[in-house]
Write a protein that binds this ligand. Structure first.
Ligand SMILES: Nc1ncnc2c1ncn2[C@@H]1O[C@H](COP(=O)(O)OP(=O)(O)OP(=O)(O)O)[C@@H](O)[C@H]1O
Length: 368
């Protein structure tokens, strides 16, 4: 039994000077979400969003001091921001087509490859709830079924869903200051859900997200991986833009339902990746049609084929249609994704076909 107390942690944090190096983090009231459980310590340090990059050393100093407490096995500190007014958006560092991207400033992660990790693929949607996480997980498993070593990074800050979709309750283990990710069905998994207390009243802001994403990318033992799937946060705001600029992405898969409204948002997502020169691997139409389980009749509940038309219009590949089906929902929400629970079924075949097209597209992008 670990006897680490919150008081002991706060005592250490009181030795770390705050952003302006005048008072310490505790006196300044910057520590929130402190949680101590079985030798695992997590907390957030509130900082002005625009100063997050330069304050990365302060975050690390806090982590290191707490790690020295006897009985502490793992420490995760994230920078967060809670402000009454919205923080100024990160100025987009867009590069003109064909030129090289300027290196990011300060402590922001660089677009450097992650040692031992092959292609990093973002799965994104303009709109929430369209099945982005379900697609991420089944695509990851389908790629694995084709013999690749695959990991999945759940970057969805608003509603991390990988712990639920993959039925993972183990947290990452800390070894020599690095995190060893838990595995589920052979996939290495890291989730925002492991780093932040879901009940913690934290307001995440764009630049803050990068601190946690950087840790999940760079301080986790991912290697060796052929492919890493990143389940992106929904939307096309600053957080997503910053991420797509700073994570070394090989390509993006866009998920949309067939309705116009979802497609408009999907188009925004597509344009966002294009702006930062991330190749679009294609669009998946999820909840494309409904097959009645009793009579087999096909109904186009949300319309049908909109994503295929949109893909044509935007000049990007169409990856496939996944129906709205009880089996997919039940297995997703039950922690046994359909690709592993019914590997020979129709749905697994659909995801296998999507995975094959994604691989072809990756190869084509690599040589172009
Ligand atoms: N093809 C499908 N058929 C039936 N249910 C589905 C399908 N795809 C996703 N769902 C269900 O829809 C819900 C939302 O899916 P999911 O969490 O994957 O979406 P999301 O876009 O990642 O959502 P969020 O924006 O909230 O993270 C879940 O309950 C999931 O099981």
């Amino acid at each position: 039994m670990s006897s680490v107390t919150k008081e002991a942690v706060l005592e250490r944090l009181a030795r770390v000077r705050g952003p302006d190096r005048t008072e310490d983090l505790v006196s300044l009231g910057l520590i929130s979400g402190l949680n101590v459980q079985d030798g695992k310590v997590t907390f957030a340090i509130s900082v002005p969003p625009e100063r997050a990059p330069e304050l990365e050393p302060m975050r690390q100093a806090a982590e290191n001091l707490v790690r020295e407490i006897e009985g502490v096995e793992q420490v995760i500190a994230v920078l967060t921001a809670e402000r009454a007014t919205p923080p100024p958006p990160e100025p987009p560092r867009l590069k003109p087509a064909g030129s090289h991207q300027a290196p990011p400033k300060g402590g922001l992660p660089k677009k450097e490859p992650i040692p031992g990790v092959g292609a990093i693929i973002a799965v994104a949607s303009g709109k929430g709830g369209v099945g982005k996480s379900t697609t991420s997980v089944n695509l990851a498993l389908a790629l694995q079924a084709q013999g690749l070593k695959v990991g999945i990074l759940d970057a969805d800050i608003y509603g991390p869903s990988m712990p639920r979709l993959l039925g993972v309750s183990d947290k990452p283990e800390a070894v020599d200051g690095r995190m060893v990710p838990p595995t589920a069905f052979g996939l290495k998994v890291m989730s925002m859900g492991f780093l932040v207390d879901e009940d913690a009243p934290m307001v995440w802001r764009g630049p803050m997200v990068m601190s946690a994403i950087t840790q999940m990318l760079r301080q986790v033992d991912w290697s060796p991986l052929d492919v890493m799937i990143v389940d992106m946060p929904p939307g096309t705001g600053d957080a997503q833009l910053t991420m797509s600029q700073n994570v070394p992405l090989a390509g993006a898969v866009i998920v949309s339902t067939p309705q116009d409204i979802a497609l408009i948002d999907a188009r925004k997502g597509l344009n966002m990746f294009r702006k930062v020169d991330v190749p679009i691997l294609g669009i998946v139409e999820n909840m494309s049609y409904f097959l009645c389980p009793s009579c087999g009749e096909k109904s186009d509940i949300f319309g049908h084929g909109g994503a295929r038309e949109e893909a044509d219009r935007m000049g990007v590949p169409f990856l496939g249609e996944v129906p709205l089906h009880m089996e997919i929902r039940r297995n997703s929400d039950g922690g046994t994704p359909v690709v592993v629970s019914a590997p020979d079924g129709e749905h697994a075949k659909l995801y296998a076909s999507i995975a094959s097209t994604v691989r072809d597209r990756l190869k084509a992008e690599a040589v172009s």
